[in-house]
Design a protein around this ligand. Sequence first.
Ligand SMILES: [Zn+2]
Length: 434
Amino acid sequence: MSIFIKNALLDNGRMCNILIEGDRISSVTAIDGEESSLVNADGTSLDVVTVIDAKGMRAISPFVNMHTHAGMTLFRGLSEDMPLERWLADIWEGERYLDRESIYWGTKLALLEMIKSGTATFADMYWEPDVVAKAVVESGIRGAISYCFLDGGDKEKAARQRDECVQMYESLKGCSPLVSFVVSIHAHYTVCDENMLWAADFARKNGLKLHTHLSETRKENTDHFEKYGISPTRRLYEMGILGNDLIAAHSLWLDDNDIELYGRCGVTAVHNINSNLKLSSGYRFRYNELRDAGANVTIGTDGCGSSNSLDMLEAMKFAALMQKAWREDPSAMPVNQIYQIATVNGSKALGIDNGRIAPGAKGDVLLIDTRSTRFIPDYDFMANLIYSANSSCVDTMICNGRVVMQGGKVEGEEQILAKASEHIEKFVKKIKKR
Ligand SMILES: [Zn+2]
């Protein structure tokens, strides 16, 4: 199968034709005002299945959302205006009513929202990874799906989770090119040391990424200092858990020594500004320091229970604005850097060869419709995209060489909305009765 995108304007301002064959971009040809043609250089005609005319649109790399709890879309708007500790207790209570079907429909909704707002790859941390994987494969976008350890120090549960993790890995291994298996340690304060060490060892023996929450709140850090006399980052480092395969969501309350360890070990930090602001966890994410230390900085939305949306354009705008505000420096986090954080850095963290529109890269392309007030005047496309536009400008998404949305329409979206709403109604009744 091949896709021919004609008349697409690229970042460098050149009009190009993009050919995607199989799961990769095979050619990007500048046309500079010439008529697009479906002819090879040797004059033979191209065998193309899908032709997309991108006139009036910009072709960019889709976004990589590096921290989600997709199934938590069911909790959007359920627990508002409370700090993390109370919010977590509320969510965990609600999660007692979850079943596999709820997680499936919550994830389907999340995937639809991600596609519509330009995300083609996401790193998830939630329950029932086989159900999440099924929804991901159906959606056509790419998920780094995890088995999540959370034992609360219960030895029996800890042992059971180790067995489940192995079984889940064996059953999902190689199930689809869109699915990669990740091992999640929910957090150092919810998982026993034995399981944290086991999870890191299992991930490394099998070449898998690790995903965790780290230094999200001031309280998490002060509690840890009181108990261990060192920061959570230092303790994870001493346990051998920090590494360039570790994805550390939040990384908000890091001191200089923690940042040095992130850089030395090549840890990926995920900034989740909307969730941090809403739960009042903090906002002084130390982007410049992490970048300069050599850490890989990425961005995520977190789950809809805390950030309420999975919109990466919104996350990018808030992240850039907050950096400028708290640093009192308008040059902090310029638009090209935030775009790189939301694309290239995420791809690097997950080991995926995308994040660029170039021959050989994965066949991931996002077409942004610039025919609206949001993009006029066109002095600076990136500034318009990050500060002026919203997800309504996301027109077409191609992921792994397959069209998953065209003209703002996702196949079967009405059915997903109807079925998810039907299921959620039942779920909400159960929750409200508690
Ligand atoms: Zn999270």
